[in-house]
Design a protein around this ligand. Sequence first.
Ligand code: C2E
Ligand code: MG
Ligand code: MG
Ligand code: MG
Length: 286
Amino acid sequence: RAKADGRNRHHFYSRALHGEIQRQQQLRHDLRAALDAGQFWLAYQPKVNPASGELLGAEALLRWNGPDGPVSPAMFIPVAEETGLIVPLGRWVLREACAQARRWSDDGHALPVSVNISAAQFGETGFLETVQEELRASGLSAHLLELEVTETILMRHVEHVQRNLAALRALGVQVSIDDFGTGYSSLSYLHEFPVTTLKIDRSFLAPGRSGPQATALITAIIGLGRALNLQVIAEGVEQPAQVRALLDLGCAAMQGYLFAPPLPPAAFEAWRRDWPAQHAALTAQA
Ligand code: C2E
Ligand code: MG
Ligand code: MG
Ligand code: MG
């Protein structure tokens, strides 16, 4: 009786597993087809210093126009990670972003571009070579490329990561820790990673979290950045009051809907031409 139960359970699990494998293969197939069909594109969101008006860079954010309309990266990035398709897809992002930054540079408006990197990509043997090849192919100067990695990546294979980061920094590539404060990076390790920037996660700026506690956390991250000689940028800035608070705390680099949402390349160019006027208006308000 127990034996039969065990066998049934086994059948059940293997059938469920088989279904799961099929589902993964289907999703991987759909994403691969979308990549081949040219359904992906990159949006660019500016990073600014609202005190000086300086444009600091642009983050490339992946977009998918699926057959039934746009699909959020929050939906398809995890699938791409699970299925391994993030490696070719991430390489496409790197290539496209480098090509865009090279065009800006050629047009006389050089601007650093930031590219999000998944753990599966960063962990690939050959990731360093991929970055080097895409820099070479695009002719982009390495200091105009920034990679955004997460705390999860850093903590996974510490020695491998340290070597990779050191090699990237030696090339001149900038590296920031994205969504900082939401992962579980060990502060005692942080100074051993040759990164350039901490990016404060937007959840710390969410309206529901404003108040003394959120301010204390943001203050702590800014202090940590200063102690470790790292740049600090805040993401998810939506309100003028947040700008004032961040400037008071000593964080002048910001990104968020208040300045611009992620924009298609042509709209980004238009925003860029308009930004000096927008900055003047923001400054007059403050
Ligand atoms: P992330 O890198 O932390 O990007 C910031 C997210 O916040 C973006 O969402 C952006 O559109 C959104 N955002 C920007 N300003 C504001 C604001 O003021 N308020 C609010 N509420 N949100 C704001 P998006 O584009 O949906 O991307 C979500 C995540 O997907 C990204 O988080 C990143 O982790 C991942 N992702 C996007 N593109 C890529 C990519 O090319 N490769 C990889 N590996 N991951 C990517
Ligand atoms: Mg990012
Ligand atoms: Mg982020
Ligand atoms: Mg995020």
